[in-house]
Design a protein around this ligand. Structure first.
Ligand SMILES: Cc1ncc(C[n+]2csc(CCOP(=O)(O)OP(=O)(O)O)c2C)c(N)n1
Ligand SMILES: [Mg+2]
Length: 329
């Protein structure tokens, strides 16, 4: 694994990562509370446990860089900068949402913050990311495309084709596998022959970096280096970022297929309090972090209230924004 040797990011970056991670953490808690309380009727893939990975990754990008992510994407979307109230309204299917309530939780798109596609089809984001990166390469706009996906997605054909093509064409793309060790209720060893996913990188001649995604410092370093390589025209990077998910595949999953000791150990190493501790050891004060937490609590409460108070889209909307369907009722 990498990430042990570089100079640490400066204080403003460290606090930026804290802010993004805690926005994810608090938003996730609120989503789960609202779903369990019957205020939101949605299928929900919690990113609890994967907050630091996303926060550090997105902090290493430019605001106008592109992101492609998955159904387990709320951490990526918030960390990339989608305004929480717009995201929340879309999750709730309301017309004030990022896609006027017509995308829903699995299809979040917000080009203003570079969130180009969210897909529920496992592995399908990688070729789309190559397309975005090819456009940037042709236009010379200097943007980097990041595509996030899970460990099980690395068994899909599109993963292999995309790594190969990105390498041949030296595309400015970063493939980030958020390896939480489980697919849909399935341990990795049951679905994957390779012991380490990173071992697939050399097969395509692509630069591979394996990192502890729950370590903000290592993750930020890996992402910064990959972005710099991409912008310098040196091509793609495959980052395997190890992490864990605390709420199973989807909300309601009892995680019976995860050994209790494994879950307990992962929770003991919870990256959220871990990162807070790391900041306190670096002369950041409790008061400073508490103030950020309080500010985020207000943002999240406002976003949730806004979503609940907003209207559903009108039925006329069903024919609008659909390719070839803008026809009169
Ligand atoms: C092509 C395809 N096959 C199967 C599914 C059903 N499915 C949804 S999520 C999932 C597991 C994905 O696991 P992983 O890639 O590790 O991501 P994680 O959910 O752990 O973040 C599967 C098999 C799907 N959505 N798309
Ligand atoms: Mg997984």
């Amino acid at each position: 694994m990498t990430g042990d040797t570089a100079a640490e990011p400066d204080r403003s970056v460290l606090l930026d990562i804290y802010r993004r991670a805690n926005l994810i953490y608090q938003a996730d808690e609120k989503f789960r509370t609202m779903i369990m309380g019957g205020q939101l009727q949605i299928i929900y893939y919690s990113p609890r446990g994967q907050e630091i990975l996303s926060a550090a990754l997105m902090a290493a990008l430019n605001p106008d860089d592109y992101l492609v992510t998955t159904y387990r994407g709320v951490h990526d979307q918030l960390a990339k900068g989608i305004p929480p109230r717009d995201l929340w309204a879309e999750f709730a299917g309301k017309k004030t949402g990022t896609c006027k309530g017509k995308g829903g939780p699995m299809h979040i798109t917000h080009p203003e913050t570079g969130v180009m596609v969210t897909t529920g089809i496992v592995g399908s984001g990688l070729p789309i990311a190559n397309g975005l990166a090819l456009a940037s390469q042709l236009e010379g706009d200097g943007k980097v495309t990041v595509v996030c996906f899970g460990d099980a997605a690395s068994n899909i054909g599109a993963f292999h084709e995309s790594l190969n093509m990105a390498q041949i064409w030296k595309l400015p793309v970063i493939f980030v596998c958020q390896n939480n060790l489980y697919g849909e209720h399935t341990p990795q060893a049951m679905s994957t022959g390779a012991k380490e996913l990173i071992d697939r990188a050399p097969g395509y001649g692509i630069k591979g970096v394996q990192v502890n995604g729950n370590d903000a410092f290592a993750m930020y370093q890996a992402a910064s280096e990959a972005a710099a390589r991409a912008r310098a025209g040196e091509g793609p990077t495959f980052i395997e970022a190890k992490t864990f998910r605390f709420f199973g595949h989807l909300l309601g999953d009892d995680s019976h297929y995860i050994p209790k000791e494994e879950m307990a150990a992962a929770k003991l190493a919870d990256p959220i309090p871990g990162y807070r501790k790391a900041l306190l050891e670096r002369q950041v004060s409790e008061a400073e972090l508490d103030a950020i937490d309080a500010e985020i609590a207000e943002v999240v409460a406002e976003a949730a209230a806004h979503a609940l108070a907003s209207d559903y889209p009108d039925t006329d909307e069903i024919r609008i924004d659909v390719l070839g369907m803008e026809i009169a009722a």
